[in-house]
Design a protein around this ligand. Structure first.
Ligand code: ADP
Length: 237
């Protein structure tokens, strides 16, 4: 799936605007968060711990949105480090496990097909962000469909084919219709209430900057699979 020049212009402009305002929004958010933490014991004493939880959650959500905007304005050259594919994926699973548990969803990591020592040379923060985006989208798709009946499944797998690593993220969530499939990599395209529509456009750009590819297969009612390929720069012996 190719991104048009128009979409890239949109992303570049978005980057400029967001970099200048994100900082100004983040500072007050940080101080609000700090003061709420200070008030927390008093509010809990009043039996309002649920309010505290919601306030903190919403502040964190606002911060996440700013982070995504900032991410889209990052310079394109990745800062590469060598990392074993398995440990990169394991870290993402660790980060998402509690959310998955809460949604009654099982995350399975199948990295057995990729050697323990198989490493890729990537910007670890950026690639983790991509996988995280995909897993979070999968969780959202499962949340909407299975409604806590405990049948949600996400499978993350990795394999090595020649000089490239393939990573797939599959879910048995609600899947996507043709309209969504046609637009999902466009900046600001979202079907979610409160969604930013930035996760996949940013992910697309990151993967492309790494010389890789990202593709998707989906069926309404059955689920979705995202496929990433990344060039393998080095295999440690
Ligand atoms: P956001 O998550 O903020 O909506 P994204 O760019 O990450 O932004 O995703 C864009 C849209 O693509 C989502 O709103 C959703 O409709 C669709 N989508 C992405 N991943 C999945 C998935 N695993 N299953 C179903 N739909 C998905």
């Amino acid at each position: 799936i190719e991104q048009t020049a128009y979409q890239n212009d949109k992303l570049a402009m978005l980057g400029k605007i967001s970099a200048s305002i994100a900082h100004e929004i983040r500072n007050p958010l940080t101080s609000i968060r700090g003061f709420i933490q200070l008030l927390r014991p008093h509010l809990i004493h009043l039996g309002k711990d649920e309010y505290v939880r919601i306030i903190l959650m919403e502040i964190d959500r606002a911060n996440d949105i700013i982070y995504e905007f900032l991410n889209s304005s990052k310079p394109s050259a990745p800062q590469t480090t060598l990392i074993p594919v398995r440990s990169l994926l394991k870290e993402v699973v660790l980060l998402t496990e509690s959310e998955a548990l809460m949604k009654g969803c099982q995350i399975e990591l199948r990295a057995g097909e990729v050697e323990e020592a198989c490493s890729i040379s990537v910007d670890v923060k950026q690639i983790k962000q991509v996988i995280l985006n995909l897993v979070k989208n999968a969780l959202d798709a499962i949340d909407g469909k299975h409604d806590h009946d405990g049948q949600g499944r996400i499978e993350i797998s990795a394999s090595r084919i020649g000089e490239q690593v393939n990573i797939t993220i599959s879910d048995n969530g609600g899947g996507m219709d043709q309209h969504t499939l046609n637009h999902l990599f466009n900046p600001f395209f979202t079907t979610k209430e409160g969604g930013t529509g930035l996760g996949l456009s940013v992910s697309y750009r990151i993967i492309r900057n790494h010389g890789g590819t990202i593709g998707v297969e989906s069926q309404v009612g059955a689920g979705t699979t995202f496929m990433i390929t990344l060039p393998l720069i080095h295999v440690a012996k």
